[in-house]
Design a protein around this ligand. Structure first.
Ligand code: ARG
Length: 286
C-alpha cells in the first residue's frame, strides 16, 4: 500500500508556475459571418453578449493566476479579432507580424502590428503568409511551426532568420485542426532540461511530423478525439496551471495525473468561430 502511495507521489512532480504576460481582445464584435474553417456556420445564430461573458471569465482566470493581461481594442467588422493568438509571434522584444491567409482577416495583421509598435516591440513585417501563435509555439528553446492550412512553410524560414532559434516544421492534415494550437498544447517550457513538454492529437499530423513529435517529446500527453473535438488542446499553461475547455474531461484527468492543475473554462460561443482558450491568448515576451 505504502509503496503505491509513494510512487504515485514521485510520479507527479510539483509544478512551478511562471507569471505570464498576454494580449487579449474583448469579443465586442464577435459573430460568425463567413466560413474559413469547418467549425464556422454563418447560417447559425451567435450571441455576442454571451461570447463577451465567457471571454471575461477567461480574463478573470488569468488575472487570478497573477498574469499581466494587456488589451487591444476590438475593431468593428473584424469578428475574429478576439483570437489574438493569430495577431503575431513575440520573443525577446521582437514581434513578427501576421499575414492572414483569408482576406476577411487581412486587416487584423496591421492592427496588431500597430499595437506592438505602440507597446514596446520592434516589429518585423511578414513576407510569407502566417497566422502568428496560432501556428507557432515556443516550447523550451525551440519553436514548433505548423503548416498545411494557414501559415506557409516560408514563414518558418522567416522565423529562423528573425529569432535564431531551432524551428521544427510540422504539417497539419485534418481541416478541423487547421492551426497548430488546435492540435498541440504546450504544457511546460522548462522540464527535461529546457526541452519542455506538450500534449497533442496524433491524427492531426502527417506521418513525418508524428515521428518527429514522438522523438522530441517521448513523454507527451496523447489526447483523444472527444477532447480534441471540444478544442481541449487549445489551452494555455503557466507550467503548473493549465487553462482548458471544461468539457475536455479526459485531458483534465491526464493533466492531474502528471501534477498539473487544470482550470476549466466554457468558451462554447467562441468555439462557433473555431477557437478556444489559446486562440484568445497571445503571449507577450518582451
Ligand atoms: N475563425 C478563426 C479563423 O478561422 C479562428 C481562429 C482560431 N485561432 C487559433 N489560434 N486557432 O481564422
Amino acid at each position: 500500500m505504502q509503496d503505491v502511495a509513494t510512487s504515485a507521489v514521485t510520479a507527479a512532480p510539483e509544478r512551478v508556475a511562471v507569471k505570464k504576460t498576454v494580449l487579449m481582445c474583448r469579443p465586442e464584435h464577435f459573430t460568425v459571418s463567413y466560413r474559413i474553417n469547418p467549425w464556422m456556420h454563418p447560417e447559425d445564430p451567435t450571441d455576442t453578449s454571451l461570447a463577451v461573458r465567457q471571454w471575461e471569465e477567461l480574463y478573470r482566470i488569468y488575472r487570478d493566476l497573477g498574469f499581466q493581461v494587456e488589451l487591444i481594442d476590438p475593431i468593428p467588422g473584424l469578428p475574429d479579432m478576439v483570437y489574438s493568438a493569430n495577431g503575431g509571434f513575440t520573443l525577446s522584444g521582437l514581434a513578427y507580424g501576421a499575414r492572414f491567409q483569408y482576406d476577411e482577416r487581412g486587416p487584423e495583421g496591421p492592427a496588431y502590428m500597430d499595437w506592438f509598435r505602440a507597446h514596446g516591440f520592434e516589429v518585423a513585417e511578414p513576407v510569407s503568409v502566417n497566422e502568428g501563435e496560432g501556428d507557432f509555439l515556443l516550447v523550451g528553446d525551440r519553436i514548433l511551426a505548423g503548416t498545411g492550412f494557414r501559415s506557409d512553410a516560408g514563414s518558418h524560414d522567416e522565423l529562423r532568420r528573425l529569432f535564431g532559434r531551432e524551428v521544427v516544421t510540422l504539417t497539419l492534415v485534418d481541416p478541423s485542426f487547421y492551426h497548430l494550437d488546435t492540435a498541440i498544447a504546450v504544457l511546460d517550457t522548462d522540464s527535461r532540461d529546457g526541452q519542455g513538454n506538450i500534449a497533442y492529437l496524433p491524427k492531426a499530423f502527417d506521418a513525418r511530423s508524428r515521428a518527429i513529435i514522438d522523438e522530441l517529446y517521448p513523454d507527451a500527453v496523447i489526447v483523444n478525439d472527444e477532447d480534441a473535438a471540444v478544442l481541449g488542446l487549445n489551452s494555455f499553461s503557466d507550467n503548473r496551471h493549465v487553462v482548458i475547455a471544461s468539457r475536455a474531461v479526459g485531458f483534465e484527468a491526464s493533466l492531474r495525473e502528471r501534477g498539473y492543475v487544470p482550470i476549466g473554462v466554457d468558451l462554447s460561443e467562441l468555439l462557433l468561430g473555431g477557437g478556444g482558450v489559446k486562440c484568445c491568448t497571445l503571449e507577450l515576451r518582451r
